[in-house]
Write a new protein. Structure first.
Length: 670
């Protein structure tokens, strides 16, 4: 077995002691609880026994002493060299993830030197990472607090912190490795070693994991990975606050921690009844009726699987909303980019139902509902053929699994497609399904029939899938919805296509190309060299946005409320304005305080993180203010610039504001 950082600390301390020392004195010297010291000492004895070295010597009254110093010192030094090199360099994203997770889980202020010692980085680096995560904390309605000479903490709603921890932890680590760690306390990676041994009090983690299983067994419920981790985190926090806590003897005393646990129990307990509640069925019917009127389709047939599925989701959604539990869609930005009109239609339909049902559906919850409608719309455009069976193993939740299921069913030929939480996946399922597609790496099971893809299909994923599965082609006249589909259908009838994705892209580019003589002139916008802002660096994404809006404010092109609206949009919808790697199109609506058709450009030499899907620092920001609807035609040209890596690089590398202005005007009005 491996020793964690606490065990190493205790051994180092004991090696400096010439006489017996009591557990209480060890705890006082290292500022660790006596219970944790006892737990760590048991682990140390197990480690020494596995390495065939004499255990620690104990005396009922005197305490503990190391007698075989040379052997233990030698094996400890060897272990440190192999497992935790003194100057191991963690990646920047690993450090940032760890600091955020540590703060979310901790129930006390964390001093900067703790991060310095754990991550082997300088004090200034820790402060830079704290500034970087402040924006994401703000977007989650939490606050990064600082007490001088004491440390940092995250304040806010307990359940919000637990939910965010579960979501970020699931994204940061291989969840399969974590479940194995719970069983064996063995890690398979350096990242796992950092996160598992240093985030958790291991005795509390084991107890919380057992209590989570006990809770689910009592309620006779199965939950997905994110909900499982949220419950586990709530119990962990209670243990950190109350070391003698036991779920078996728990009674709700009304504290914020008790309320958080009670809410989670209620969510799990009432999941089944919530799925088919009268309120859920009525909301689902009204929503499907409104969406059906927009798309001229019948979504309301109660016998249809779609109505049953979305009603089930709505039941849980209503329960979450009333319990004050927030949720986050991991593919929100990607979905918004490709399905904005569908999202807005779903959002409008939900807003119209607010008075009738007395609750408000957040943008994140709306996006899940929109995914269901997108999936159903796509399903109705496909045909069914007997092909290989497929199992989708997804750690991001049911809605993402369903979205992948419909995308794959639309694109490829399968006989059946089923979904399963990662926690429930076992090797013997390969005997049931021809292929398994997973969104995370499964390190302990090796098979050529396990294919890993992203949680939102990208070009590289398509290339992998095309090697294994037959793609669908349109064959019915009723499916030919437009000129492009008709062209593809004709090509499919007469030729053998070797790379359908590339052919589609090339044809779309050809069809989108317009004769220069037929182009409508673009409206003029207010933009000159004084509206180009160049900075070496900023510390947060909010500062980056402010640079662009301040330039427009000084010129009188926008009101202050236009800036405020952009900020609210980021908080409500996330970083969807990041339209390409490293490029932002910041904007609000026509009626939000725009006084003229104008644009400012901000160039950041070093860039700043916006926590978007590209995970690349943003260096170029276009801040747009349009007073007239016609001016939005300029956006199409700006998007083309944003998607052209060479043009973006040219703008960023240009030193003169005048040259940047001239280059952009030429590119926009070419």
């Amino acid at each position: 077995m491996k020793l964690d950082q606490r065990c190493i600390l205790i051994l180092d301390f004991l090696l400096t002691q010439d006489n017996f020392i009591k557990i209480k004195d060890i705890a006082d010297s290292l500022t660790i609880s006596e219970r944790t010291i006892r737990y760590s000492l048991e682990k140390i004895d197990t480690f020494l026994n596995e390495n065939q070295i004499q255990k620690l010597t104990r005396h009922s009254k005197k305490g503990i002493i190391i007698e075989n110093r040379s052997a233990i010192g030698e094996i400890l030094a060897k272990f440190k060299r192999q497992i935790t090199p003194e100057k191991y360099k963690y990646a920047a994203n690993e450090i940032e993830q760890f600091i955020l997770l540590k703060l979310l889980l901790s129930e006390k202020d964390i001093a900067i030197h703790e991060f310095e010692q754990t991550l082997f980085i300088s004090r200034s680096s820790v402060l830079n990472y704290l500034r970087a995560i402040e924006g994401e904390i703000f977007l989650s309605d939490l606050t990064l607090s600082h007490k001088p000479r004491i440390g940092y903490s995250i304040s806010g709603d307990v359940l919000t912190k637990c939910t965010l921890f579960a979501r970020k932890f699931l994204k940061a680590i291989n969840i399969r490795e974590f479940y194995q760690f719970l069983e064996s306390e063995q890690t398979l990676s350096k990242k796992g070693e950092l996160f598992f041994y240093n985030l958790f009090e291991l005795d509390f983690l084991q107890q919380a994991a057992q209590e989570t299983e006990m809770l689910l067994a009592e309620l006779k419920r199965t939950v997905d990975d994110q909900l499982y981790l949220t419950i586990l985190t709530v119990l962990l926090k209670i243990h950190l606050k109350q070391p003698n806590f036991s779920y078996a003897n728990w009674q709700n005393q009304g504290s914020e921690y008790d309320s958080a646990l009670s809410s989670m129990i209620s969510v799990v307990e009432n999941a089944e009844s919530a799925r088919n509640s009268k309120e859920a069925i009525q909301f689902s019917y009204e929503l499907c009726k409104a969406m059906g009127a927009i798309y001229h389709l019948d979504f309301c047939s109660e016998e249809a699987p779609f109505f049953t599925q979305i009603t089930s989701h709505i039941g849980l959604m209503i329960h979450r909303i009333k319990a004050g539990i927030t949720t986050h869609n991991p593919i929100f930005s990607d979905f918004m980019r490709d399905n904005k009109e569908l999202f807005l239609a779903t959002k409008k339909a939900c807003e119209q139902l607010e008075k009738q049902f007395s609750f408000v559906v957040s943008a994140q919850e709306v996006s899940f509902l929109a995914i269901y409608f997108a999936s159903e719309l796509k399903r109705r455009q496909t045909e069914t053929h007997l092909r290989p069976s497929l199992l989708i193993v997804c750690a991001e939740g049911i809605a993402v699994s369903n979205m992948l299921k419909v995308q794959l069913d639309q694109l490829f030929e399968f006989s059946t497609i089923d979904t399963l939480p990662l926690r429930k996946f076992k090797a013997n399922l390969l005997d049931t399904f021809d292929y398994v597609i997973t969104t995370v790496k499964i390190q302990d099971i090796h098979s050529e029939r396990i294919l890993r893809i992203g949680n939102y299909l990208q070009k590289s994923d398509m290339q992998l899938l095309q090697k294994h599965f037959q793609m669908k082609l349109l064959k019915k006249k009723s499916q030919v919805l437009d000129k492009f589909s008709e062209i593809m259908a004709i090509i499919g009838e007469h030729t053998q296509i070797t790379n359908l994705s590339k052919l589609e892209i090339d044809l779309l580019n050809l069809l989108a190309r317009e004769d220069s003589k037929r182009k409508e002139p673009l409206p003029e916008i207010e933009f000159d060299a004084s509206l180009v802002v160049q900075k070496n660096a900023v510390t947060t994404w909010k500062q980056a946005i402010s640079l662009g809006t301040e330039a427009l404010l000084k010129k009188g092109f926008i009101e202050q409320r236009y800036h405020d609206k952009i900020m609210r949009n980021f908080k409500e919808y996330g970083p969807y304005m990041v339209v390409a790697p490293g490029v932002v199109l910041a904007h609000a609506g026509l009626q939000d305080g725009a006084l003229a058709n104008a644009m400012s450009v901000t160039v950041l030499e070093n860039g700043v993180l916006f926590f978007d899907r590209y995970e690349k620092p943003v260096q170029l920001l276009f801040t747009l203010a349009f007073h007239q609807k016609e001016a939005h035609k300029v956006v199409e040209q700006l998007v083309k610039i944003a998607l052209n890596e060479e043009k973006v690089a040219q703008i960023i590398s240009t030193r003169s504001a005048r040259d940047i202005c001239s280059y952009l005007k030429a590119a926009i009005y070419e």
